[in-house]
Design a protein around this ligand. Structure first.
Ligand SMILES: *[C@@H]1O[C@H](CO)[C@@H](O)[C@H](O)[C@H]1NC(C)=O
Ligand SMILES: *[C@@H]1O[C@H](CO)[C@@H](O)[C@H](O)[C@H]1NC(C)=O
Ligand SMILES: *[C@@H]1O[C@H](CO)[C@@H](O)[C@H](O)[C@H]1NC(C)=O
Ligand SMILES: *[C@@H]1O[C@H](CO)[C@@H](O)[C@H](O)[C@H]1NC(C)=O
Length: 339
């Protein structure tokens, strides 16, 4: 059954994040904002080293002249210089965006995964306070609010929305392989969902282990079926899944500069795609930074084996092959994907 299969992969995940015995794990018991463990840093094309933002003197920070804002949110075991920051920040500032990088490394340290999930809600709250103040002080415009989160950071973008003032919705959230572990519940407030921003676009690159299989956005792209990514190594190794996970950021970074683009074609659901029920058609959408804001639904695309990964629109011969692409036996896969 599906549930026993999810059980298998959950046990694998919890074994990877064994944290019960770890003495240094902690959860914030009161999530005050501002919080010494949750900091925000502004980067611009003339401010490459970053400038820490403080609530009491935000207007002294270098938000002028006005530029659209991209907020980068790292994941588990991250910090403001790790993914997605290291692959996206300079690219974005050089394209004339303001970038704010959140940093909450003490709250999401390896191996304290369940504490990290708990602490993430406070990160969302403090980020919401900051963004609301930036808009109220007219340093940032409401329509310029775009959050880009990786792994756990994608859900933090969702939590942020829950703490925004009702009259100040987030414009866009980009979720780069949103994390799976502990986000399998039915309650939308506990994970990213389309109500969290006017537009939520999602890139799935590791649906079997570290990322979510379910669609959680207005538009969800499954790259190489989301099962495995090329050139990442032995499918039975955990490190290979980290490579799949990271690839979401790599593809997104490439989507900013690619001359050909990543294009996916539509299928009503994952299972139909697996069954080959969705022949390539004209219902295609571009994935990534330049996704069409009106895009809705579930899209599939393949990539090249190596960088540059984008295949442009010549992507009409997608693989449905699952053999040798996962640690899960062929005989179980159908059940796993019977969503
Ligand atoms: C804001 O105040 C802090 C001290 O609380 C200071 O270190 C920082 O440089 C100030 N930021 C700006 C942009 O002036
Ligand atoms: C910040 O994190 C440290 C552990 O790294 C913890 O001891 C401290 O209490 C935290 N501070 C706040 C305000 O939560
Ligand atoms: C499509 O895939 C099949 C099977 O892998 C292959 O034989 C064929 O050459 C491919 N066609 C194109 C246009 O790439
Ligand atoms: C899967 O791997 C086995 C052993 O390495 C190989 O014999 C087989 O041809 C592979 N199957 C496919 C579809 O690549």
């Amino acid at each position: 059954s599906i549930s026993s299969l999810s059980g298998i992969s959950c046990r694998a995940i919890y074994a990877a994040y064994e944290d019960d015995e770890e003495p240094n794990c902690f959860t914030l018991n009161e999530g005050k904002c501002p919080n010494e463990n949750i900091t925000f840093w502004l980067y611009t094309n003339t401010l490459l080293e970053g400038q820490q933002l403080f609530m009491h003197n935000l207007s002294d920070a270098e938000f002028r002249p006005r530029k659209p804002l991209k907020v980068l949110i790292h994941g588990f075991d991250g910090n403001r210089d790790k993914l997605p920051n290291n692959k996206l920040r300079t690219l974005l500032t050089s394209q004339n965006y303001h970038v704010i990088s959140a940093d909450f490394k003490n709250l999401v340290m390896e191996p304290c995964y369940s504490q990290a999930v708990e602490n993430s809600k406070y990160v969302g709250r403090c980020l919401a306070y900051l963004l609301a103040k930036l808009v109220n002080d007219r340093l940032v415009f409401e329509e310029d609010l775009h959050l880009i989160g990786f792994g756990l950071g994608a859900h933090i973008a969702g939590f942020t929305s829950n703490f925004m003032p009702k009259n100040l919705p987030l414009e866009r959230i980009t979720a780069l392989n949103p994390a799976k572990p502990l986000f399998l519940g039915p309650i939308d407030d506990d994970k990213l969902d389309p109500s969290d921003a006017k537009f939520v676009d999602v890139v799935h690159t590791d649906v079997l282990m570290l990322g979510l299989l379910n669609s959680v956005g207005h538009v969800d792209f499954y790259v190489n079926m989301g099962i495995s990514q090329p050139n990442c190594g032995d499918v039975k190794k955990i490190s290979t899944h980290y490579c799949y996970h990271e690839r979401a950021v790599t593809y997104y970074a490439e989507s900013i500069t690619t001359p050909v683009g990543f294009f996916g074609y539509k299928c009503p659901n994952y299972h139909s795609f697996m069954e080959g029920e969705c022949p390539p058609n004209n219902d295609i959408e571009q994935m990534g930074f330049y996704v069409r804001l009106g895009a809705r639904g579930i899209y599939f695309l393949d990539t090249n084996y190596d960088s540059p990964y984008a295949m442009g629109r010549n992507n009409m011969n997608l693989s449905h092959e699952t053999k040798n692409r996962t640690y899960i036996g062929e005989e179980f896969l159908d059940g796993f994907f019977a969503l």
